[in-house]
Design a protein around this ligand. Structure first.
Ligand code: MSP
Length: 639
C-alpha cells in the first residue's frame, strides 16, 4: 500500500534552519514508521521560489532570480542529505513541469466556473504573500508585523466564498482532516466568520508562473506553491496525499484554500493535514532580527543527527510549541541516550561477552516480556496519533524496568554460583531481547544509531525490514553470536560541546549570509546610514566588560531593571537599564555584559544610573544584550 507524505516547500529567501529541519525530520520519521506498518511511503519536499520577495532579494545582490533560487534550493537539498533524510522528491516551483500542473489546475477551476476577473485594491504582505483584507494603508501584517504594501490590480479571482458551507461540512465529516484539534477549531471559526473571494493572480510581479494567454498575469504564490504537492508526484500514482505536515502558521492556506482549489478543479483532496507548533529558542521566537536562529548543521557535527531528532521528538509535544536550548539538548542526550539506552546496550552486551562468550543464552522473563509487548502496542498507537513524546516515554519505561531488573538479578553475583546458571541466562536473554525491541521501536526516531545497536546484537535482517505487526517478544534467537561492542552514545561533556556548537553556528550563519548575499532586512536597508566618525571619537567611549551581581525590577517601571554591575573598579556600579521586557532579573545575575562606563550619570525613577548596558535593538523588537563567547575578565576594555 502506498502512503504519500509532504512537507511545506520552503521559501528560498532564507537558508535552512532548525525549524525547517524539524518538519522535514518528522516527515522522515513518519515515512519510516509507515514502512514499519507495511506501507510503501514517499516524501515530497521542495523549494518555493516565486514572488516579489525573492525577486527583490536576487536584485539586491545582482543575481537573476533563477540564479539566486538555484543556490538556495541546492542548499536545502544538501541540508536534507546531510541530515540523512530519506526524501523521494524535491520539487522546485521553477520547474517547467510544475508550471504545467499549476496552469492545468487553473484551467480546470476556470472551466468549472470558479474563476472571474475583478479588481483588487488592498494591503499585501510581501513576506508572507498574504492579502490582508480589512487592513488600511500602513497597517502591519497580522502574521509577521512588517508593514503591508498597498496594491491595486486587475486580477483573476477564485470564488472561495462558494466553498464556505462545503468546507464546514468537510471538517465535520472528516474530523481528522485537520489536526490537532486546536488548529481544527481555529480553522472552523475562521471559515464560519465568512470567506471572501481570493485574488489568485498578480500583474505587478514578474517572477511567477504565467497564466497562459493572459500576460502579464502570473499566479499568486500560494496557488503555485500548493500545487507542488501534486506536481511532484505527477504520473506516479501517489495523489492524493495521505498527509501534509506543516507548521501552524500556514494552516489556513492548507486547510481552506487548498481543498477549495482542488474541489473546484474536480481533484481528489488530501486525506489529512497535521500542523505542528513552533520551535522557540530558549522560549523566544527565533528570528533574524533577534539573531537567535539555530541551524541543524552545528548540532549534527557535534552531537550527531539522532541526538537532534531524539531531542525534538521527546522534548517537544508534537503539535505544541516547544523550546530548544543547547543545555537541554545535551542534558537529554546524556540522561536518556548515554545513560539510558546506551548504557543498557553496553552493559547487556558486555555481560553476554563476559559470562557467555558472546553467545546469547536461552530463557525469557515473563514479566519483562509482558511489558515489552505492551510497549510495542503503546508505541504504535502513540506514534500513530502523532504523540511521539508519549511513545518515547513508553520505550524509556521499558528501558528503566530492564535496568532495575538487571540490578535486582545482579548477574555479577549469579555468575559466581553454579546453581544460578539458568537465572543468569534468563537475565541476559531478557535484557538483550528488551534491548532489541526498544531498538526496533526507536528506528524511525533514530535511524542512524539504532542500526548500530541492532548489528551489535548480531541481528541478520536489516533493522529497516522490521514490521510492527510481527515484532514480538522472544524472537531474538538464542545461540546468536553478538558482534563487536562499541558505545553508540558516548557521554558528551556539556561545556565544550556547547561552545563548539555555538562556534560552528557563527560559521554556518556567515556561510549562509554569504550565500544569500547578506540580504539585509528592508527595514535596515532604508534606515539612514549613520555618519562616519574618526577613531578618536570612538576611543572616547569607555566600554568595559561587566559582571551583573544583582538585578531587580524597578517599581512602577515595566521596562526597567535596577542592576549592580562589577566593572573591575572595586565598587559595583548602579545601572538602570531598559531591558526588563526582554530579560528577567534572574537571567541577568552572573551574566557578563558590555557597559559604557563613562556616560554622564542619569536619574531614572529616583535611582542614579551610572553607565549604560550595550544591547542590539531593532524596530519594534526587544533589546538583545551584547555578550562574549569566550571567557573574559571583568573590567577588560573593549577597543
Ligand atoms: N513556502 C511556504 C510554504 C508553502 S507550502 C505549499 C512557507 N515556507 S517557509 O520557508 O516559511 O517554511 C515554513 C515552514 O517551516 C513552517 O510551516 C514549518 O514547517 C517550518 N518552520 C519554520 N520555522 C519554524 C520554527 N521556528 N519552528 C517550527 N517550524 C517552523 O511557509
Amino acid at each position: 500500500m502506498k502512503y504519500y507524505i509532504t512537507t511545506p516547500i520552503y521559501y528560498v529567501n532564507a537558508a535552512p534552519h532548525i525549524g525547517h529541519a524539524y518538519t522535514t525530520i518528522v516527515a522522515d520519521l513518519w515515512k519510516r514508521f509507515k514502512h514499519m506498518q507495511g506501507y510503501e511511503a514517499f516524501i515530497t519536499t521542495g523549494s518555493d521560489e516565486h514572488g516579489v520577495n525573492v525577486e527583490r532579494a536576487a536584485q539586491r545582490i545582482g543575481k537573476s532570480s533563477l540564479e539566486f533560487c538555484n543556490v538556495i534550493a541546492a542548499e536545502f537539498k544538501d541540508q536534507w542529505k546531510r541530515l540523512g533524510l530519506d526524501i523521494d522528491f524535491f520539487q522546485r516551483t521553477t520547474s517547467p513541469q510544475h508550471a504545467k500542473v499549476v496552469q492545468d489546475l487553473f484551467e480546470r477551476c476556470r472551466k468549472n466556473g470558479y474563476i472571474y476577473k475583478g479588481s483588487y485594491t488592498g494591503q499585501y504582505c510581501i513576506y508572507d504573500n498574504l492579502y490582508v483584507n480589512d487592513a488600511k494603508p500602513g497597517d502591519p501584517c497580522p502574521d509577521c508585523g512588517r508593514p503591508t504594501e498597498t496594491i491595486t490590480e486587475e486580477n483573476f479571482f477564485f470564488k472561495l466564498s462558494a466553498f464556505q458551507d462545503w468546507l464546514l461540512e468537510l471538517y465535520e465529516k472528516q474530523p481528522d482532516f485537520i489536526q490537532p484539534e486546536t488548529r481544527r477549531n481555529e480553522v472552523i471559526s475562521f471559515v464560519k466568520s465568512g470567506l471572501s473571494d481570493l485574488s489568485i493572480t498578480r500583474t505587478n510581479v514578474k517572477w511567477g508562473i504565467p497564466v497562459e494567454g493572459e500576460a502579464p498575469h502570473v499566479f499568486y504564490v500560494w496557488f503555485d506553491a500548493l500545487s507542488t504537492y501534486m506536481s511532484a508526484v505527477e504520473g506516479k500514482g501517489l495523489w492524493p496525499a495521505d498527509l501534509h505536515i506543516i507548521g501552524k502558521e500556514i494552516v489556513r492556506f492548507h486547510a481552506i484554500y487548498w481543498p477549495a482549489f482542488l474541489k473546484a478543479g474536480g481533484i481528489e483532496l488530501p486525506k489529512r493535514i497535521f500542523a505542528h507548533g513552533w520551535l522557540l529558542f530558549e522560549n523566544d521566537k527565533m528570528s533574524k532580527s533577534r539573531g537567535n536562529i539555530v541551524r541543524a548543521d552545528p548540532i549534527r557535527q557535534v552531537m550527531g543527527v539522532d541526538a537532534l531528532r531524539y531531542f525534538l521528538l521527546r522534548e517537544v509535544v508534537f503539535g505544541q510549541d516547544g523550546s530548544f536550548s543547547y543545555d537541554a539538548l545535551v542534558g537529554r542526550y546524556n540522561s536518556d541516550l548515554a545513560n539510558g539506552l546506551g548504557n543498557l546496550a553496553s552493559r547487556t552486551l558486555a555481560m553476554i561477552n563476559q559470562y557467555r562468550g558472546g553467545v546469547i543464552p536461552e530463557g525469557a522473563d515473563a514479566e519483562i516480556g509482558a511489558l515489552a509487548g505492551q510497549t510495542i502496542a503503546t508505541v504504535e498507537t502513540a506514534f500513530g496519533r502523532f504523540e511521539f513524546s508519549r511513545g518515547l516515554e513508553a520505550i524509556w519505561n521499558l528501558i528503566s524496568a530492564v535496568d532495575k531488573f538487571i540490578v535486582q538479578k545482579a548477574p555479577w553475583k549469579l555468575a559466581k554460583l553454579a546453581e544460578s546458571e539458568a537465572e543468569l541466562n534468563t537475565t541476559l536473554y531478557t535484557s538483550a531481547e528488551a534491548l532489541r525491541i526498544a531498538t526496533a521501536l526507536l528506528y524511525p526516531v533514530m535511524p542512524q544509531s539504532t542500526p548500530k545497536i541492532w548489528a551489535q546484537l548480531g541481528m541478520k535482517e536489516p533493522i529497516e525490514s522490521v514490521r510492527l505487526s510481527s515484532l514480538q517478544w522472544e524472537q531474538l534467537p538464542a545461540g546468536q553470536k553478538i558482534r563487536e561492542v562499541a558505545a553508540v552514545f558516548p557521554r558528551i561533556e556539556a561545556k565544550p560541546a556547547i561552545e563548539k556548537m555555538r562556534e560552528l553556528e557563527v560559521e554556518v550563519t556567515a556561510q549562509q549570509n554569504a550565500m544569500l548575499g547578506k540580504v539585509p532586512e528592508p527595514a535596515t536597508e532604508t534606515a539612514p546610514e549613520p555618519p562616519k566618525i574618526p577613531i578618536d571619537d570612538f576611543v572616547k567611549v569607555d566600554l568595559r566588560v561587566g559582571l551583573v551581581l544583582s538585578a531587580e525590577p524597578v517599581k512602577g517601571a515595566d521596562k526597567l531593571l535596577h542592576l549592580k554591575v562589577d566593572i573591575g573598579e572595586g565598587e559595583p556600579r548602579t545601572i538602570v537599564a531598559g531591558i526588563a521586557e526582554a530579560y528577567k532579573p534572574e537571567q541577568m545575575v552572573n551574566r557578563k555584559v558590555v557597559i559604557v562606563a563613562n556616560l554622564q550619570p542619569r536619574k531614572l525613577r529616583g535611582l542614579t544610573s551610572n553607565g549604560m548596558i550595550v544591547a542590539a535593538s531593532v524596530e519594534g523588537g526587544k533589546p538583545v544584550l551584547a555578550g562574549f563567547l569566550e571567557d573574559i575578565p571583568v573590567g577588560a576594555r573593549l577597543k
